[in-house]
Design a protein around this ligand. Structure first.
Ligand code: 5GP
Length: 179
């Protein structure tokens, strides 16, 4: 999909607010079980993962701390191919159980870059939890340890995900199509 005018888009609900909450509860239970009571640090990838982070945090039964990292790679509906850090962590992750929370894994470029960078900071464990995964779009392999929903190769918005900074506030996830 090339450029879409954010004012003229049409969209169709893919996952309702209720679908999302149900899936997050299950995901939270799975992560809590794996943690076995050990503390975890969530690294939320700005800005798309904010809603997911807020909801997932509340479903974890273990001590949780939170930090944010800003990464940019997209313009409109197209990946620019280059990844850059726009906002680094404010805390040290050395020796910690870290789970990176991402809105969506598409080509895999962002997470490949980010996970490599974080690994160099010597966390005790480093895992990835993505709300959405688009395996058909993958260009670089990335291990998604926890995944909310697998979707086909389509552009989605809502529940934190944007189109040129719009539509993050939608409580559901929707598929965008051109008019
Ligand atoms: P990747 O580096 O895996 O290609 O892309 C990861 C980033 O691209 C995501 O964090 C997200 O910001 C953006 N992205 C990829 N696919 C979509 C999509 O379908 N909708 C939206 N809103 N952003 C996407």
């Amino acid at each position: 999909m090339s450029s879409i005018d954010p004012e003229k888009i049409k969209f169709k609900t893919l996952y309702s607010a209720e679908d999302i909450q149900k899936r997050i509860e299950t995901l939270g239970a799975e992560i809590s079980k794996d943690l076995q009571g050990e503390p975890v640090m969530f690294i939320s990838v700005l800005k798309g993962a904010i809603m997911f982070t807020a909801d997932l945090m509340r479903s974890i039964k273990a001590p949780v701390t939170l930090d944010f990292i800003g990464v940019a790679s997209y313009q409109g509906t197209t990946s620019t191919g280059t990844v850059r850090i726009t906002n680094d962590l404010s805390t040290d992750i050395r020796g910690k159980n870290v789970i990176v929370l991402e809105d969506i894994v598409d080509t895999g470029r962002t997470l490949d870059y980010l996970l490599r960078m974080l690994k160099q900071r010597n966390p005790k464990t480093l895992k990835l939890c993505a709300l959405l995964n688009k395996p058909a779009a993958r260009e670089i392999p990335v291990q998604v340890d926890y995944c909310g929903f697998e979707i086909s190769n389509q552009f989605v918005i809502g529940y934190g995900l944007d189109l040129d900074q719009r539509w993050r506030e939608l409580p559901f996830i929707a598929q965008v199509y051109e008019t």
